[in-house]
Ligand binder design. Structure first.
Ligand SMILES: [Zn+2]
Length: 371
């Protein structure tokens, strides 16, 4: 079973699936989705292709149980960030598999496929969901969740072969500050939008201090607020009539997207001055936290211990994942994936040992959850 996952991962790495929203004109998920759909169909999975956006298919393969059991969803993304020809040529050296997606996350996809195929004779259904567009907008997982549900889910994003039980959410805001232009020799006749932006940024520094000093989370870095872009002013002799900020807020489990937005509006609108300030929410993605005593956490922890012979380490991630969307849809969810490194970097790899072990853990977890 184990070398099957490594071989399948090599095949998947060799199929270009660079996200075209990251690299204009890139291949997208068409070819890799066709390959995975064929692989699953040959093995008796009921295959559905979801493709609301042309050329960006996600694949759902359902292995039907005999009935009366629970349904487990296994989720992995098919897209990668940019890849050179040499990164599309997988190599195994010194116990590591190298190539684009070796870590993030074609090894996870291969482990899901091989484990789901191996775990047969169960009462519950196994849902293999291989999605498009995780690296940009998560359109694939959103499309899957609109059509499919489950009693539990495992996302096989790389996690150092530990159990990821939490990560922060994030939100982006556009702040438009409008003042009034005036000749630089008579600034009192204008309203200086850049000066106002400075006061907004000092207020955000105060908020950042409060966030750092808050209760925090044992597995996560503190919540943050940060000005990501700034643009304003006309020329050296004119009082700036406008200034625009983009703000990024990272937030902890327990903070809701609505509360985060309300807090930011409140802080910004309390800044004194005559400029007009408009706050527009651009994107908001919820934080993720697994139920520590839930069935999915327990089931995967037991499977890990049976395979490895030691308890699994729980961790939080600094970044956001599709697990938050799955949890938001009401499906208890955790993340476990291979060990390695180099996500989005020139040299990306996974240890072959963690590919084998991940496959074994997933198979055991499926067998128990869907029994
Ligand atoms: Zn990923």
């Amino acid at each position: 079973v184990t070398s099957d996952a490594l071989e399948l991962a090599r095949t998947l790495i060799a199929i270009d699936s660079v996200n075209p929203l990251l690299v204009p004109g890139a291949a997208g998920e068409g070819e890799i989705a066709r390959f995975c759909a064929g692989w699953l169909a040959e093995r008796g999975f009921e295959v559905t292709i979801l493709e609301q956006s042309a050329g960006r298919p996600s694949v759902v393969g359902v292995l039907r149980g005999s009935g009366g059991g629970r349904t487990l969803m296994l989720n992995g993304h098919l897209d990668t960030v940019s890849a050179t020809p040499s990164q599309l040529t997988p190599t195994v050296r010194d116990g590591n598999l190298y190539g684009r997606g070796a870590f993030d996350m074609k090894t996870g996809v291969a482990a899901i496929m091989v484990a789901a195929d191996a775990a047969r004779g169960l009462r519950g259904d196994v849902l293999v969901t291989l999605v498009a567009d995780e690296e940009f907008g998560s359109a694939g997982t959103e499309e899957v969740l609109a059509a499919f549900s489950a009693d539990g889910a495992i996302v096989a994003e790389p996690s150092g072969f530990e159990l990821t039980v939490a990560h922060r959410g994030f939100a982006w805001f556009d702040v438009q500050i409008t003042g009034k232009a005036a000749h630089g020799s008579m600034p009192e006749q204008g309203i200086d939008a850049i000066s106002h932006a400075g006061r907004v940024m000092r207020a955000l520094d105060v908020l950042e201090g409060e966030l750092k000093g808050g209760a925090g989370h044992p597995l996560l870095a503190p919540a943050t607020v940060r000005v990501a872009t700034i643009a304003g002013g006309v020329d050296a002799a004119t009082v700036a009539p406008s200034c625009t900020l983009t703000i990024e807020r990272r937030y902890l489990p327990g903070e809701t997207p609505a509360a985060v937005e309300e807090q930011l509006r409140d802080v910004i609108h309390r800044v004194p001055g005559d400029a007009t300030t408009t706050v527009t929410a651009l994107v908001s993605r919820a934080a993720f936290e697994a139920d520590p005593g839930g069935d999915v956490v327990n089931c995967v922890s037991r499977a890990y211990e049976a395979v490895v012979g030691a308890p699994v380490v729980q961790r939080g991630e600094p970044f956001w994942t599709d697990a938050a969307l799955i949890a938001q849809a009401g499906i208890p969810c955790i993340i476990i994936g291979v060990d390695g490194g180099g996500a989005h970097a020139d040299k990306e790899w996974a240890t072959t040992r963690s590919i084998d072990r991940l496959t074994a853990v997933l198979e055991k977890a499926i067998r128990e959850f869907c029994s």
